[in-house]
Ligand binder design. Structure first.
Ligand code: ADP
Ligand code: MG
Ligand code: MG
Length: 895
């Protein structure tokens, strides 16, 4: 047995509990050895040794001795020795950290070959060509990985030789060719590396170990970790393992196999097999592999043995596993296993199937699927993956599939949408000016910017399909055309298909289908295996969740959709959208009013329209709470744009009086910083009659619904409160109106009255606010902006990309709740609020409510509900259930 402080573990001494030390690969090999699976013998150097090497630049003192001991034991066990010309032992030196980072670090095969051993290998295997080909591969891998020589130089030698001999493939090289290539590789190494290729196998081994250690910090490994949020300080383990050969003839080969289909989740063995090949040939895809059926035909016994081992592994790990395997002259060897990566679709199916097979509990099945995965399954998709070449590829910034005609600016998108046409808005990059176009378009395509560009962030927020940073496209917004690298020109009005899931753009219309999952969730019934799996996991989530899920919805149609998707009410009904369109002139009248009478008559005209909106929404949400927020945005948002209006007036000979008045109003209401200006409760206190009109509309709508036999539950919410006195005054006004309407109606109309908590001062003085509030709703969008002191649109358009690149924060605080800052304020406010008012209800209504990772925090913080956009309701229900189980939040680690 290895001592506890040991740097090296034989496979027999490791286990999967030691993944931190042995890495996923080393731990998996140890676990399989213990289960009795055929694993070529070997040992693993710990991540601790790597950390020490990276810190000091030297191998830890005892490592050499421990490796020598393990190597001796290995040589004894297999009856071959490193460097023994008559019976040479060959090993692979393999990398593998705690988290799988496929292909990101180095692995070197065939260590142990030299000028003498290559002849020994030829003798023992009886395959001279094979021996020289292995030596050639070692020189190439070692020269590149350990001695840092450009791999292209080796490829050039190979290509030149093949041309000279008139050959097309590496496989056609004969022993004589390979011998002279070996000579040339050795001189290449001498010339470019400044040193001879080390003939001493122990030197080879240690140099290889050190280069695997160092590969932890290679550029691509670092990038991969940054993207997958894997910590940089874990280090890699190094596994030294006896080589087995899949390239020894027709009864040999290599492959990969899965216990279930990792793409669809379908049960049953799945994989690829390549006869006469080394493992790397399969993984690299250099040669086309056949399915496992070809192995069944060629060697049924080996196939059945493999199937048996896969069953053992799946039972043992209670999850989808994949393996790398090699067949050497009819003998099966397993070289790697891990719990396999899978698509969102497969994740749901596999978890559900394993639960149905009683291998895991329903709770465990729920832990294994994530809200973000469900979100992905809700989008429409292209009926089949196109086989033609895409016009371009870019960042898959917001998933889904969309078909539309190309437009090059916001105005055109809006115009086409009004005419009932679907569009794809194509821009070099987008700015807040493009917002109307983004809303109108089906998809957004940009040639610049990454996952955090304005286009990407906004599109994701709206659930729009987006591909950004398609750099091979030249977008000419003036000439209204785009050109691909191969010279294809697409004009405004041409149809394209955008796949936000794969990040590709195609010419023409690919057939689209609705997501079965979405249809199933909406209707509550399904026949497909995947949809059934999703329905069962969401139902189980509902049964264990403590957080209630509501939706943000402003129209009866959205409310009805949210309800079908499982929302238990509306957490945020904005009223500002009800003032747009035809009603804009009425609100203009209100703003332009110079006396009380004029203002009152403008408000009176708005009242019945508002009431109608509320009746529709209360009806759609009958029996469930509807939280209505009184008017929030600054008034100038309802007026024409200052510049536009000034230009229009300047070019008119006789501007109408109304236009001049409008311009006056726009100038009067202009603010440097509207986000921090006259809005929310401030408007309510400054504009006489505004909140009263809205409250009256709500109360009368409630009264009407009661008369109609409905069960309305309106709640009235005051936005942007900073001090208890604002809330006290607004509440008094609201209560007065409720009393008036009750009096007229002859029955008591009672609505809970609450406040948004979206300013730091409100959160800090929540105990005082709670005396005047029946509920709190945390507006985490504004709260994040005001806590961080930055406006979201400006920040995302200017410095966010740099901040994310430089890892100032791993994810944007607008995408995922900032627990340390904003989260602390929420916790503080809740404690204060509950202390002052034990019956206080509390929820959140910012966009964070739709982020499954944030939902875990809201659960822990003790909120009663979260509210999110209707489309995200199913994913958030899932997250609420997972949070109650204490499952991993699926946050940054899976991004
Ligand atoms: P990665 O983590 O990039 O997959 P691996 O360490 O798994 O790297 O090795 C790369 C390839 O070499 C794999 O196909 C693997 O099966 C093969 N390989 C590694 N060690 C051996 C060995 N001892 N004998 C035969 N093939 C091996
Ligand atoms: Mg591998
Ligand atoms: Mg707000």
């Amino acid at each position: 047995m290895s001592a506890p402080t040991s740097y090296v573990y034989a496979f027999a001494d490791g286990s999967r509990e030691l993944t931190d030390l042995l890495g996923g690969k080393g731990a998996g090999l140890a676990e399989m050895s213990r289960l009795g699976l055929p694993v070529p013998p070997g040992f693993t150097i710990t991540t601790q040794a790597c950390r020490s090497y990276l810190a000091t630049g030297e191998e830890p003192a005892d490592l050499g001795v421990e490796v020598a001991q393990q190597l001796a034991a290995l040589e004894q066990a297999v009856g071959r020795s490193l460097g023994a010309a008559d019976r040479p032992l060959l090993v692979s030196v393999r990398s593998g950290g705690k988290f799988s980072m496929p292909g990101m670090m180095e692995t070197i095969l065939d260590i142990g070959l030299n000028d003498a051993c290559v002849r020994g290998l030829a003798r023992v295997t009886g395959k001279e060509r094979f021996a020289w080909d292995s030596y050639r591969r070692l020189l190439q891998m070692f020269g590149h990985t350990v001695m840092d020589i450009d791999s292209a130089l080796f490829e050039e030698v190979l290509a030149a030789r093949k041309q000279k001999y008139g050959l097309k493939n590496d496989t056609e090289l004969d022993t004589g060719h390979l011998k002279s290539i070996v000579q040339e590789f050795k001189s290449l190494i001498r010339r470019e590396g400044g040193e001879e290729f080390p003939q001493d196998p122990v030197t080879q081994l240690h140099q290889a170990i050190r280069s695997v250690f160092s590969s932890w910090n290679s550029e691509r490994a670092r990038l991969y970790r940054a993207r997958e949020a894997i910590p940089d300080d874990l280090g890699t383990a190094v596994t030294i393992q006896t080589m087995v050969f899949g390239n020894l003839g027709a009864d040999s080969g290599s492959g990969v196999a899965f216990t279930r289909d990792p793409v669809t989740g379908e049960p049953g063995l799945y994989g690829d097999y390549l006869p006469g090949a080394q493992g790397e040939d399969v993984v690299s895809g250099a040669r086309d592999a056949a399915s496992l059926d070809s192995l069944r035909t060629a060697s049924p016994d080996v196939h059945d043995e493999l199937a048996g081992h896969l069953r053992t592994l799946e039972h043992h790990y209670r999850d989808l596993c994949d393996v790398e395997f090699t067949v050497e002259r009819g003998t099966l060897w397993i070289l790697q296993t891990r719990v396999g990566k899978r698509t969102a679709e497969a994740a749901f199916r596999i978890a559900d199937d394993l639960a149905a097979e009683h291998r895991i509990s329903r709770d465990e099945a729920l832990r294994r699927v994530e809200g973000e995965q469900l979100n992905r399954l809700m989008f429409p998709r292209f009926a089949q993956r196109p086989c033609d070449v895409p016009l371009a590829g870019g960042v898959a910034a917001s998933p889904g599939a969309a078909v539309g005609v190309v437009v090059f600016d916001s105005r055109a998108a809006v115009r086409e949408a009004r005419a009932g046409r679907r569009t794809v808005l194509v821009r070099r990059e987008t700015t807040p000016e493009d917002l109307p176009g983004m809303i109108a378009a089906e998809a957004v395509l940009t040639s610049r910017g990454g996952k955090t560009s304005h286009a990407a962030v906004v599109a994701r927020g709206m659930g729009k399909v987006c591909v950004c940073g398609a750099e091979t496209l030249t977008v000419d917004e003036t000439a209204r055309r785009l050109t691909t690298r191969s010279g294809v020109v697409v004009h405004e009005g041409d149809t394209v298909s955008v796949d936000g899931t794969t990040g590709t753009v195609h010419l023409g219309a690919l057939p689209l289908i609705d997501s079965d999952v979405r249809t199933a969730v909406e209707s509550g019934t399904s026949t497909g295996a995947l949809s059934n799996a999703v329905l069962r996991s969401v139902a189980h989530a509902d049964s264990v969740a403590r957080l209630e899920v509501r939706a943000n919805a402003d129209t009866p149609a959205d409310a009805a959709l949210a309800r079908r998707l499982g929302a238990r009410g509306i957490g945020l009904c904005r009223t500002e959208h009800m003032f747009l369109g035809d009603r804009r002139s009425l609100i203009e009248d209100m703003i332009l009013a110079t006396d009380d009478d004029a203002r009152r008559s403008a408000l009176d005209a708005l009242l019945p329209l508002q009431r109608l909106d509320f009746v529709g929404i209360l009806k759609a949400m009958d029996g469930l709470p509807v939280t209505i927020r009184l008017l929030d945005p600054p008034l100038h948002e309802f007026l024409p744009d200052l510049t536009e209006l000034s230009v229009r007036l300047a070019t008119m000979e006789n501007p109408a009086r109304r236009d001049r008045e409008l311009l006056d109003a726009v100038q009067r209401l202009h603010e440097q910083n509207p986000m921090l200006g006259l809005r929310g409760v401030r408007l309510g206190l400054v504009v006489p009659g505004l909140f009263a009109m809205q409250t009256r509309a709500i109360a009368e709508a409630v009264e009407q619904r009661l008369r109609e036999g409905g069960d309305p539950h309106a709640e009235i919410m005051i936005p942007l409160v900073a001090t208890a006195e604002e809330l006290r005054l607004a509440r008094a006004e609201v209560q007065q109106v409720l009393a008036d309407v009750s009096g007229t109606a002859g029955r008591r109309i009672d609505c809970p009255i609450g406040t948004m908590v979206e300013l730091p001062r409100a959160a800090l003085t929540a105990d005082r606010l709670a005396r005047h509030a029946d509920f709190f709703s945390f507006g985490t969008n504004d709260l994040t902006q005001t806590v961080w002191g930055m406006s979201r649109d400006d920040a995302e358009a200017s410095f966010f990309p740099v901040y994310l690149d430089r890892a100032v924060f791993p994810v944007s605080p607008f995408d995922s709740i900032d627990e340390e800052g904003v989260g602390r304020l929420i916790t503080h406010a809740l404690a204060g609020g509950h202390k002052a008012n034990p019956r206080l209800a509390a929820g959140i209504c910012g966009e964070h409510g739709g982020d499954p990772a944030s939902v875990h925090f809201f659960h822990r913080a003790g909120l009663d509900y979260v509210s999110c956009s209707p489309f995200r309701v199913p994913a958030v229900r899932l997250a609420a259930g997972r949070a109650a189980l204490g499952a991993a939040s699926g946050g940054s680690a899976s991004r």
